[in-house]
Design a protein around this ligand. Structure first.
Ligand code: BDR
Ligand code: CA
Length: 317
């Protein structure tokens, strides 16, 4: 399966990269970066460093949009700083590596959609600015892709950035609304399922033996777990938001989905809230958004850990 990862590389995005690289049937064509947990320059550097750390620096990184569609600047949110650190990488050192292609992420996405058509899956685990901009620039091209798997939204559960909204959707609600109403085949992996897939310190017990990659990832996840301990102690672990989107792309049986027409609220009070688009539904618009409502957390986590450890092992040898 040909995959582009569209990421705001923070800690769970970094886990998603390691997991995707370990899935044999996944061919990672590129990473496109977007602002979100950090600014887009830092997101690109974090992605490039992660690829280098894992021995895959042949995979190109394309820099994407710098701020949400309805603003003119980026400012890191307090919650992002707490969960991912000021640099999005648990405040660990991110070694400088040559990090970006000249082409923009948006142009690359359109070019890839035209080249690979229904062979292409995009997994988007940050705010949806790159995807929305690509749709606005060339909807016909983007509609050819096989599927867009999104980590974002809170459909039937409380939000994590406000009582009604999840962070990726709230960080660029206008973009999320454009994407969900575009008619692209979407799988929405929201908090409904990601808060049920948790990583604990025990799950990382094997990572000690895997040299630098294992130790960087242990430090990253430790940072993330400590943030969860502060704000969500009842969960007893950190949520595998972004890796689950990769899992759902490659193993649809990990999640149970329901097809709907969806929209994202853009008014101040409910910014980023995802709801059913009643008008579209009653007008018979095809239900192209498949919302995940249930997850086989155990099967997913087992597979993810297996893949990540394989990647660590290959880079250690
Ligand atoms: C999402 O927001 C970001 O902080 C995480 O990387 C994840 O993509 C969870 O709401
Ligand atoms: Ca993310």
């Amino acid at each position: 399966m040909k995959i582009i990862l569209d990421l705001d590389t923070g800690i769970d995005d970094a886990l998603a990269i390691a997991y995707a690289l370990g899935e044999e049937q996944a061919e990672i064509l590129a990473i496109t970066s977007v602002f979100g947990n950090i600014n887009v320059k830092q997101a690109s550097m974090n992605a490039a460093y992660t690829l280098q750390l894992l021995g895959h620096n042949h995979i190109p990184v394309y820099k994407g949009v710098e701020h949400s569609l309805d603003t003119t600047y980026y400012e890191q949110k307090q919650g992002s700083k707490i969960c991912h650190g000021e640099n999005g990488y648990g405040d660990l050192e991110v070694e400088h590596t040559s990090f970006c292609e000249d082409k923009s992420a948006v142009d690359y996405l359109i070019e890839a959609a035209n080249t690979y058509k229904d062979e292409l899956t995009i997994v988007a685990t940050g705010p949806l600015g790159n995807i929305a901009a690509a749709i606005q620039k060339n909807q016909v091209a983007m509609k050819q892709i096989k599927q867009l798997v999104i980590m974002g939204g809170a459909f039937g559960v409380r939000g994590n950035i406000s009582p009604v909204a999840e962070a990726n959707f709230a960080h660029d609600a206008v973009a999320a609304d454009i994407v969900l109403r575009s008619g692209l085949p979407v799988v929405m992996i929201g908090l409904d399922v990601t808060l049920r897939t948790l990583l604990t310190r025990d799950d990382m017990s094997e990572w000690k033996q895997y040299g630098k990659a294992g130790s960087v990832y242990r430090d990253l996840v430790e940072y993330y777990i400590q943030a969860y301990e502060k704000f969500n102690p009842q969960l007893k672990g950190c949520a595998l938001h972004d890796p689950l989107a990769v899992g759902a792309a490659l193993h649809p049986s990990f999640v149970t989905t329901f097809p709907l027409c969806l929209q994202v609220m853009t008014d101040k009070d409910s910014l980023g809230r995802v709801v059913i688009d009643k008008e579209a539904m009653s007008n018979g618009v095809p239900r192209t958004c498949h919302v995940a409502l249930d997850v086989d957390a155990q099967a997913f986590k087992q597979r993810m850990l297996q893949c990540i450890e394989k990647v660590f092992q290959n880079v250690t040898e």
